[in-house]
Design a protein around this ligand. Structure first.
Ligand code: ISL
Length: 570
C-alpha cells in the first residue's frame, strides 16, 4: 500500500487449488500441482496470484470453512510447499494473495469448539449466540429461530445447539458459524494471524465477504417476503454500522507500519459504487479495491440466484459502464467475468457454440481488460473453458447446490426448473479440472478427478493453445502485456459509446493526447461501426481476427460475429 499505483497496471490470476492441478494422484489439486505450473502463470504474464483457501478445513465449503488459519490442509500439501510456492512466484515477479475468510470459521475451529462448550465459555462471545425467539418448551424442543434471516446456502441462518440451548448464526452453511467482530479479542486474533502471514512472505489478502463482518446489532427481523419463511436480510448484515471502523483498524494494525507493495481486495456482495469509493479511498486506509457483484447479478431473478431470467446484454453493458463512470476520479474496482462461485464467462456472457466460442471468449477478454480497474483471470478462463454439461442433480458436489436440491425435494418444488438453474449457474461449472491437455483426465491428475473433466478437453486445452498464434490464451497474454506497456489502460479516462446498442460494445479511454478505442461485436451477425474521420490513422493494438488492416482508414469498420479490436491513436 505504500505504492498506491502498482496494482492499477497489474493483472490478478485466481487459483482454486482443488481444481488446478493434482501432483499426488488423489484426484484433488494441490500445492505440488501449482508448483508444476508456475511457468504457465509466468507465460501469461500475470502480476499477482490469488490463492483460494488452502488452510486446514473439513472442506464443507471447499476450504471456505477454516479450522486452522495457521496451517495448510494435508489435502493440499504442507507449509514448506507453500513457502516453495511463494519463492517460485516471487522469483518470477509474481505476488501471492492469500484468501482471508474471517466472517466465519469452521464449526470445527478450536475457537468455535470452545465457544460451543457452554454458556460460560471464555470464548462464548467470539461467535453470535442468541436465545430462541420463544422460550423452549419443557419437552426440550427449541423455540423459533431468533429472527427470520436466511442462510445463503438455504434455510435459516440459525443453528440450534442442544448443549447450551441457544442458536448460533451462520450466514453460510451451518458448518460456517459467523465470528462476532464486536469482540475486540476476535479482531486482535485475526490481525495477529494476518501479520504472521505477511511475515511469512505473502503479499496481501483477498478478503471473503468482508463487508459482512459488522452486523446490525439489533438482529431484528428483515422485512418479510411473501411465500418465504427465511429471507435475505442483506441490509442488516452487510455494510454494517462499524464496517469502516473495522477495516481502518485492520489496515492500521496489519499494514500501516510495513514497507512493501501489498494488496488488499475486499469481496463485497451488494456494494454500491458510492460505498466502493469510500472503501478504496487511500486517505481512509481501508482496502485497495473492491470486488463487486452487480454485473454478475443481472441474469438473476428476484427470488434467488437459481431463478435465471436470461441475460439482458444491454443491462450488462450499462452496469459495467456505470461503474466505470462512477469510479472515474476516486475509487478502484476489480474487473472480472467469473470466479469459483460463478458459471464460466464464455457460456454465460459469450457464446459457447463451437462456431463462436473462440471469438466470444476473446471479445469478453477484450472488453474487460480494456477497462479501468484491475482485471482478474480465473483459472481456465485464459483457455476459454466452458460450463459443464450437467444432466442430473447427483453430478453437483457444491454445498450450495446440494442444499438447494434437498430443499427442492423437501418442499416439492419444480425439479426440472431446479436442474436447469443448477446447470446454468451452479458453482461446480467453474470447479471442473483445468484442462491442461487432451487426455481423458486433461493432464489434471493421474487418478480419478474429484469432479469430472469437461468432455471438451479433447480440443479445448492448454497444450493446444499456449504458443499457438490466434488462440484464446495468446489473446489473454497479449492483453496482459498491453496493460503493462500502455499507461492508458490503467490511467485513461473512460467514455462509453453506443449506450443503447446491446450487441455492439465500444468505449474510449483517453490519457493526455492518447486515445484508445475498444470495440466488440457481442452478436453472431456482422456489424458495421461508423467512426468518421476522427480515428483515421489509429493503430491496431490487438484484434481477435487475423489479417485486419494495421491502420484505420477514415469511415466505418465492419466487425465479424463476436470480433473485437483495440486501436490506439497517439
Ligand atoms: O456464491 C454465491 C452465491 O452463489 C455468493 O453468494 C457467494 O456465497 C458470495 O459471493 C460469497 O462468496 C464467498 O464466501 C462464501 C464461499 O462459499 C464462496 O466460495 C466465497 O467466494 C462463504 O465463505
Amino acid at each position: 500500500m505504500s505504492d498506491p499505483a502498482w496494482f492499477t497496471s497489474a493483472v490478478v490470476y485466481q487459483i482454486y487449488p482443488r481444481s488446478f492441478a493434482d501432483s499426488d494422484g488423489d484426484g484433488v489439486g494441490d500445492l505440488g500441482g501449482i508448483l508444476e505450473h508456475v511457468d504457465h502463470l509466468a507465460e501469461l504474464g500475470v502480476d499477482v496470484v490469488w490463492l483460494s483457501p488452502i488452510y486446514r478445513s473439513p472442506q464443507a465449503d471447499n476450504g471456505y470453512d477454516i479450522s486452522d488459519y495457521e496451517d495448510v490442509d494435508p489435502l493440499f500439501g504442507s507449509l514448506e510447499q507453500l513457502d516453495e510456492l511463494i519463492a517460485a512466484l516471487h522469483a518470477r515477479g509474481i505476488k501471492l494473495l492469500m484468501d482471508l475468510v474471517v466472517n466465519h470459521t469452521s464449526d470445527e475451529h478450536p475457537w468455535f469448539v470452545e465457544s460451543a462448550s457452554g454458556r460460560d465459555s471464555a470464548k462464548r462471545d467470539w461467535y453470535i449466540w442468541k436465545d430462541p425467539r420463544e422460550p423452549s418448551s419443557a419437552s426440550g424442543e427449541p423455540g423459533e429461530e431468533p429472527n427470520n434471516w436466511g442462510s445463503f446456502f438455504s434455510g435459516s441462518a440459525w443453528q440450534w445447539d442442544e448443549t447450551s440451548g441457544q442458536y448460533y448464526l451462520h450466514l453460510f452453511d451451518r458448518k460456517q458459524p459467523d465470528l462476532n467482530w464486536e469482540h475486540e479479542d476476535v479482531r486482535e486474533a485475526v490481525y495477529a494471524m494476518m501479520r504472521r502471514w505477511l511475515d511469512r512472505g505473502v503479499d496481501g489478502f483477498r478478503m471473503d465477504v468482508i463487508n459482512f463482518i459488522s452486523k446490525e446489532q439489533s438482529f431484528a427481523d428483515a422485512p418479510p417476503v411473501a411465500g418465504q419463511r427465511y429471507v435475505n436480510a442483506f441490509t442488516l448484515f452487510a455494510n454494517g454500522p462499524r464496517i469502516h471502523e473495522y477495516l481502518a483498524e485492520m489496515h492500521e494494525r496489519v499494514f500501516a507500519d510495513r514497507d512493501g507493495a501489498f494488496l488488499t481486495v475486499g469481496e463485497m456482495p451488494g456494494v454500491t459504487p458510492e460505498e466502493a469509493i469510500l472503501y478504496t479511498d487511500p486517505a481512509r486506509g481501508e482496502v485497495d479495491m473492491v470486488f463487486q457483484f452487480e454485473h454478475v447479478s443481472i441474469d438473476q431473478g428476484p427470488g434467488s440466484k437459481w431463478d435465471s431470467i436470461g441475460l439482458d446484454r444491454l443491462a450488462l453493458k450499462r452496469s459495467l459502464h456505470r461503474w466505470q463512470t462512477a469510479l472515474a476520479r476516486t475509487g478502484w474496482n476489480s474487473l472480472y467475468w467469473d470466479n469459483h462461485d460463478q458459471p464460466r464467462a464464455v457460456s454465460r456472457f459469450g457464446d459457447d457454440d463451437p462456431s463462436y466460442w473462440e471469438q466470444s471468449a476473446k471479445a469478453l477478454a477484450t472488453i474487460l481488460h480494456g477497462m479501468r480497474g484491475t482485471p482478474y483471470v480465473y483459472q481456465g478462463e485464459e483457455l476459454g473453458m466452458t460450463n459443464y454439461p450437467f444432466r442430473s442433480a447427483s453430478e453437483h458436489r457444491d454445498v450450495e447446490a446440494v442444499n438447494h436440491w434437498k430443499r427442492v425435494l423437501e418442499e416439492g418444488l419444480d425439479q426440472e426448473a431446479a436442474l436447469t438453474g443448477m446447470a446454468a449457474v451452479g458453482r461446480d461449472n467453474a470447479r471442473t479440472p483445468v484442462q491442461w491437455d487432451a487426455s481423458p483426465t486433461a493432464g489434471f491428475t493421474t487418478g480419478e478427478p474429484w469432479l469430472p473433466v469437461n468432455p471438451n478437453r479433447s480440443w479445448l486445452n492448454a497444450a493446444a493453445q499456449v504458443g499457438t498464434d490466434g488462440s484464446v490464451f495468446e489473446h489473454y497474454r497479449a492483453l496482459v502485456a498491453l496493460r503493462h506497456e500502455h499507461p492508458v489502460f490503467a490511467a485513461g479516462d473512460f467514455t462509453g459509446l453506443l449506450e443503447n446498442d446491446s450487441e455492439l460494445w465500444a468505449y474510449v479511454r483517453t490519457l493526455d493526447r492518447q486515445r484508445m478505442l475498444v470495440v466488440a461485436n457481442c452478436s453472431r451477425r456482422p456489424r458495421e461501426l461508423e467512426l468518421g474521420d476522427g480515428w483515421a490513422g489509429a493503430r491496431l493494438l490487438l484484434g481477435s481476427v487475423p489479417d485486419r488492416a494495421e491502420v484505420l482508414a477514415p469511415g466505418s469498420i465492419t466487425l465479424a460475429g463476436w470480433e473485437s479490436r483495440i486501436y490506439l491513436l497517439v
